[in-house]
Design a protein around this ligand. Structure first.
Ligand SMILES: NC(=O)c1ccc[n+]([C@@H]2O[C@H](COP(=O)([O-])OP(=O)(O)OC[C@H]3O[C@@H](n4cnc5c(N)ncnc54)[C@H](O)[C@@H]3O)[C@@H](O)[C@H]2O)c1
Ligand SMILES: O=C(O)C[C@H](O)C(=O)O
Length: 328
């Protein structure tokens, strides 16, 4: 018997990430090749954006996806999030050349307060929320705080792009396949302060740290390359990463819903105080996922270098949180 369709809300649906994301959701890459979906698409109430959204929907129609059970265009989060089982909050103002993420904090805080409130009122009580729009961790925090009747654990931020970027850099360095690398994680904020940590990583059972054996490369090449990759893409393309961001969003949701089969993945999740991260801060952590739930990998040793890097990214998140405190 075929499965009942689930509702997937996507904001910023006419944007460049939306364009790289919706077709993959509709083809079953995110929730499984047997899971019909109803897309509830949100764009700003602006003629041009709504017209562009209609165009994307025409293309979705033209794909004749067997799993696409329905599709709606919205300009109000209160209708877009009605009964939604999954919410991918992508819509936000992207950073342009030379702009700091912090500059976007206030404008985006207003968007995510309103969307958090709408989720609180109308979404499924089990809605799984992924925030992609930057600054993703703090936007997820704002949405979570604005939705007090929903479980905190259902609000997550996307660190998976950083995780995937780190995987590729490591694979290139040691001449391995990304698929063979396990137990990598990225701690902290989706920003240049993130700490991609390969101390526990293995490739075909061997220690990645031992194979690399080069702390100078870690500190001066690897971490800056991964941390500044978003800016490097903007510099090269004149636009922020879209296809790789959409791909990471698919990876994040797919693993959350369908399970990581024992493998570590990185998710930005609300802290319960583990590793000294204050409660409620949305922080990149290593997790495993099973039966629609994530479980933090606890008890990992944190050496002095890692402690320093974790403190740096935590301080940035604390500053971002202080910057929006008056709005909550
Ligand atoms: N977390 C990550 O790893 C990651 C990676 C890449 C990009 N991003 C972020 O994702 C966001 C989207 O990027 P993009 O390239 O698709 O941008 P884009 O400008 O192409 O598209 C954003 C879309 O969101 C819409 N939008 C704006 N405010 C909205 C609102 N309140 N409700 C609904 N829709 C709204 C806009 O009209 C636009 O169509 C940006 O904030 C970007 O910085 C995050
Ligand atoms: O840095 C940005 O604004 C874009 C995005 O977050 C990225 O990491 O590519």
């Amino acid at each position: 018997m075929s499965k009942k369709p689930v509702r997937v809300a996507v904001t910023g649906a006419a944007g460049q990430i939306g364009y790289a994301l919706l077709f993959r959701i509709a083809s079953g890459e995110m929730l499984g090749k047997d899971q019909p979906v109803i897309l509830q698409l949100l764009e700003i109430p602006d003629e041009k954006a709504q017209k562009a959204l209609k165009g994307v929907m025409m293309e979705l129609e033209d794909c004749a996806f067997p799993l696409l059970a329905g599709m709606e265009a919205h300009s109000d989060p209160m209708t877009a999030f009605k009964d939604t089982d999954y919410a991918l909050l992508v819509g936000a103002r992207p950073r342009g050349p030379g702009m700091e993420r912090k500059d976007l904090l206030s404008a985006n805080a207003q968007i995510f307060t309103a969307q958090g409130k709408a989720l609180d009122k109308v979404a499924s009580r089990n809605v799984k929320v992924l925030v992609v729009g930057n600054p993703a961790n703090t936007n997820a925090y704002i949405a979570m705080k604005s939705a007090p009747s929903l479980p905190r654990k259902n609000f997550t931020a996307m660190l998976r792009l950083d995780h995937n970027r780190a995987l590729s850099q490591i694979a290139a360095k040691i001449g391995a396949q990304v698929a063979d690398i396990e137990k990598l994680t990225v701690w902290g904020n989706h920003s240049p302060t993130m700490y991609a940590d390969y101390r526990f990583a293995t490739v075909n059972g061997k220690s990645v740290k031992d194979l690399i054996n080069d702390q100078e490369w870690n500190k001066n090449v690897f971490l800056p390359t991964v941390g500044k990759r978003g800016a490097a893409i903007i510099e090269a393309r004149g636009l922020s990463s879209a296809a790789s961001a959409a791909n990471a969003a698919i990876d994040h949701m797919r693993d959350w819903v369908l399970g990581s089969k024992g493998k570590w993945v990185t998710m930005g999740i609300p802290s319960d105080g583990q590793y000294g991260i204050p409660k409620d801060i949305i922080f990149g952590f290593p997790v495993t996922t099973e039966n629609g739930e994530y479980k933090l990998v606890e008890g990992l040793p944190i050496d002095a270098f890692s402690q320093e890097r974790i403190a740096l990214t935590l301080n940035e998140l604390k500053e971002e949180q202080a910057g929006v405190a008056h709005l909550l």
